[in-house]
Design a protein around this ligand. Structure first.
Ligand code: PPS
Length: 290
């Protein structure tokens, strides 16, 4: 079954595919969301480490933060639901910069954007398409990769998404975190996050967060926490068991043929030619191969 033959699972809004779990009405009303100055947005293209980042935020002791479900998940009643949360809200989203509610921009809410090598992201998304009943099935890796490169997947083109956010990378309310750096030196990334949020965390608490947010720990907890509606991070599933697959850097090598790799690299070079994020991702990839 091809992706196009299951149109009811996805719909297009402003030229981008969304799950039908994000109603058109909600997507059309995002600008009526009333952001609070202390809101924190956890932003990513799908499969970039959103659940990991969300868990890290939740595990920071005494931060007084409530993790919510994604802003784009559900229908128009979403904003009322978010309004009822008394504490500081950490709100996940896979929206691109343009679609982010205008009040979030006006109030300069803190935003953490997590980015991951697009080849690993594509492989992770391929599995999500295969395993997640909320997404269209895809026959082969080759067929999926073609859709990914064209941006004909949920949340659109990886390149457009990252570039839309990169324009705001140096805004004082925006922090970029790299999945690869988090894997390589977790504490370094954690220190960036806590400093950005203005929260003091001592060394032993950091070590505890590192342990409790390790891939193996999160994967084994997923079964227990599964389907808790208060713990939905991605607008594409409430089944956490679908999320924790391998959790490694460089798994793409097991999927890309040399030709697919060449085509991907050509597109990457063209789209990311002026991108610092692109340069960083290339450096991580080289250090991985060295
Ligand atoms: S989602 O569903 O779009 O929000 O997915 P997202 O959470 O952004 O990304 C899922 C991938 O992140 C991996 N993951 C982790 N890696 C390392 N450490 C931890 N703790 C962790 N938690 C999740 C997860 O396994 C997915 O990547 P793949 O490559 O598929 O394993």
């Amino acid at each position: 079954m091809s992706c196009q033959s299951q149109p009811s699972l996805l719909h297009k809004y402003m030229g981008i595919f969304f799950s039908t779990m994000s109603s058109e009405e909600l997507l059309g009303s995002l600008d009526s969301f009333d952001a609070r100055e202390d809101d924190i947005f956890l932003v990513s293209y799908p499969k970039s480490g959103t659940h990991w980042l969300a868990e890290v935020i939740e595990r920071i002791p005494d931060a007084g933060i409530t993790l919510t479900s994604p802003i784009e998940l559900g229908d128009i009643s979403k904003f009322e639901e978010l309004k009822r949360i008394p504490k500081r809200r950490a709100i996940p989203t896979h929206l691109n910069y343009e679609m982010l509610p205008v009040t979030v921009k006006q109030k300069q809410c803190k935003i953490i954007y997590i980015v991951r090598n697009p080849k690993d992201t594509a492989v992770s998304m391929f599995h999500y398409y295969r395993d997640n009943p909320n997404l269209p099935s895809t026959e082969t890796w080759a067929a999926f990769l073609e859709l990914f490169l064209k941006g004909d997947v949920v949340y659109g083109s990886w390149f457009d998404h990252v570039l839309s956010w990169e324009e705001h990378k140096n805004d004082k309310n925006v922090l970029f975190i790299f999945y690869e750096e988090m894997k390589k030196d977790f504490v370094k990334s954690l220190k960036k996050i806590t400093a950005f949020l203005g929260i003091d965390v001592n060394d032993s608490e950091m070590a505890k967060i590192a342990r409790s947010t390790s891939f193996s720990e999160m994967k084994s907890n997923a079964a227990k926490e599964n389907c808790d509606p208060n713990h939905v991070i991605c607008a594409l599933t409430s089944d956490r068991n679908l999320v924790f697959r391998k959790g490694v850097v460089g798994d793409w090598i097991n999927y890309f043929t040399p030709k697919q790799n060449r085509v991907f690299d050509e597109l990457f070079t063209e789209k990311m030619r002026n991108s610092d994020v692109g340069r960083c991702l290339k450096e991580y990839a080289h250090s991985q191969n060295a």
